[in-house]
Design a protein around this ligand. Sequence first.
Ligand code: SAM
Length: 156
Amino acid sequence: MQIALFQPDIPQNTGTILRLCACMDVAAHIIEPAGFAISDRRFRRAGMDYLDQVTLTRHDSWSKFDQWRKEAGYRLVLFTTKSASPYLDYQYRATDILLFGRETAGVTDEVAAAADAKLVIPIKPSLRSLNVAMAAAMALGEALRQTNAGVKETLR
Ligand SMILES: C[S@@+](CC[C@H](N)C(=O)[O-])C[C@H]1O[C@@H](n2cnc3c(N)ncnc32)[C@H](O)[C@@H]1O
């Protein structure tokens, strides 16, 4: 399982998600341009020393990322509020990439069209969306549970 962030623009969210990836032993991908520098103090504060433990790849553009993942044969599973397919009904594979959109605008139509699946985390109908880091944690939890790919060690 891997996580990809499309043009993230809030450094604290990205730091939080990378900490999640470090703890769950999941590789992370940032599709540039991001709305902040990797040296951003808010990003580093959210990710703390966990940032040293995450396998992070930064892709220069959407097209380079998409070419790479197609060549590698990874399915792209997009999480979006603009889907009617609940994320709990989907059958994940251990090689899937879970993709999350930019905080302010989600993903472009081109990105959505390229996804192999588009899934929603159902929320109360009158509300707009989850924070992206919360959505990533819920999605990754379910995907790892289904594929039995989570870290098995317990805290000592
Ligand atoms: C704050 S939301 C972006 C909202 C944006 N207006 C949009 O239309 O996508 C940031 C990202 O979190 C994820 N997300 C948030 N709530 C979600 C939900 N209920 N279901 C699936 N993904 C969600 C999506 O990847 C979304 O692109």
